[in-house]
Design a protein around this ligand. Structure first.
Ligand code: NAD
Ligand code: IPM
Ligand code: MN
Length: 350
């Protein structure tokens, strides 16, 4: 039987609650399938680890992770204890960068059994392909002068390689879906980055003549996702735009607590990292009421990436059946606990 060695980083806050729940569901799915099993190794890296050691992960953390097939992560951040730029850049973003996880795939679709807060959700089903290594998150800039003269500079860096990679990934994905790509731009307001982004989109698009292609400014696109989400298939976006659009994607499904994500090393040279869109939710952490669906759906994306899409589909079916039964956590307007939702999904997977 094949064994997948997975590095597990529950991280902070509700990460510690939703990750074990999703592992139970994945183990159950593997057991049902019978072709493979998971071997989980948990690393307690995060803000507590930082408070003890002064680091978010050990110095050889990246080397350790390279020894695993994939990484399954919950969430990072406990801003009351550790500043976000320290915790996130010391763990989550460091892994994304060092493992060259340059594409972040973030689907959003209207789920059966879960009413959208939108008036006309019209069965939307789109995927945001978020450039995951550069753009507005380039570690370039600085702070100069002080007092009233102080200046903060944050450069956004767009390389041709990085931009083209995200666009090709989006077009290739559209070939397997509804044959349409929307590019999130802002070339009316930004003078260098987005005009370049548009040029690369048009160039790459010429290699995909049969795929519909449209550019929308990010502000209008955000509005369209509320008014006409069904118009979108694949959306390709820069790092920051993709970040924002995908919380919106979660919200129109019903909660950011259900939105899944996959940070992919598309070359498969290093492990990819499966980690939901939401954060550590300090406001509800430790209460057993967090929604595990985002982490569970993220686990489904890991199954897809490992080559078991039919099994992944069963997990999504079990999620929808559970929602249809009315077993929902508070963020979805229900009263169920994380344990009850997890048990209902395990039951559905029988
Ligand atoms: P958040 O996503 O943690 O929470 C936003 C709101 O959504 C909160 O009200 C929270 O209770 C709710 N929510 C989120 N996930 C939920 C779930 N599964 N079930 C029920 N409700 C859920 O965003 P935030 O408050 O801006 O950030 C909190 C911390 O998490 C910060 O340190 C932030 O930097 C970090 N963060 C980490 C990641 C990550 O690790 N991938 C992502 C986003 C934010
Ligand atoms: C996400 C998060 C991170 C991001 C933060 C916590 C750095 O919001 O994964 O969506 O902006 O990428
Ligand atoms: Mn985000």
């Amino acid at each position: 039987m094949k064994t997948y060695r997975i590095a597990v980083i529950p991280g902070d806050g509700i990460g510690k609650e939703v990750v074990p729940a999703a592992m139970e569901v994945l183990d159950k799915a593997a057991q049902l399938d019978g072709r493979f099993q998971f071997e989980w190794t948990t690393f307690l890296w995060g803000c507590d680890y930082y408070l003890e050691t002064g680091k978010m992960m050990p110095d050889d953390g990246i080397e350790i992770l390279k020894g695993y097939d994939q990484i399954f992560l919950g969430a990072v951040g406990m801003p009351s204890l550790v500043p976000d730029h320290v915790s996130l850049w010391g763990l989550l973003i460091k892994i994304r960068r060092d493992m060259k996880q340059s594409i972040n795939v973030r689907p959003a679709k209207l789920l059966q059994g879960l009413p959208s807060p939108l008036r006309n959700p019209n069965g939307f089903d789109f995927v945001v392909v978020r450039e995951n290594s550069e753009g507005e998150y380039a570690e370039s800039g600085g702070r100069i002068h002080s007092g009233q003269d102080e200046v903060a500079i944050q450069n956004a860096i767009f390389t041709r390689k990085g931009t083209e990679r995200a666009m090709r990934y989006a077009f290739d994905m559209a070939k397997t879906r509804r044959q349409h790509v929307t590019s999130a731009t802002k070339s009316n307001g930004l003078t260098y980055s987005m005009p370049f982004w548009d040029e690369v989109f048009a160039e790459v698009g010429r290699d995909y003549e049969d795929i519909g292609q449209v550019s929308n400014h990010i502000d209008a696109l955000a509005a369209f996702l509320v008014m006409k989400p069904e118009n979108f298939d694949v959306i390709v976006a820069s790092n920051l735009f993709g970040d924002i659009l995908t919380d919106l994607g979660g919200a129109i499904m019903g909660s950011i607590g259900i939105a899944p994500a996959a940070n992919l090393n598309i070359e498969r040279e290093y492990p990819s990292m499966f980690e939901p869109v939401h954060g550590s939710a300090p406001d509800i952490a430790g209460k057993g009421i967090a929604n595990p669906l985002g982490q569970i759906w993220t686990g489904k994306m890991m199954l897809d990436f490992l080559g078991y899409p039919e099994l992944g589909a069963k997990i999504l079916d079990a999620m929808e059946a559970t929602l249809a039964q009315g077993v929902k956590t508070g963020d979805l307007g229900g009263e169920a606990t994380l344990r009850q939702v997890t048990d209902a999904i395990l039951q559905q997977l029988q």
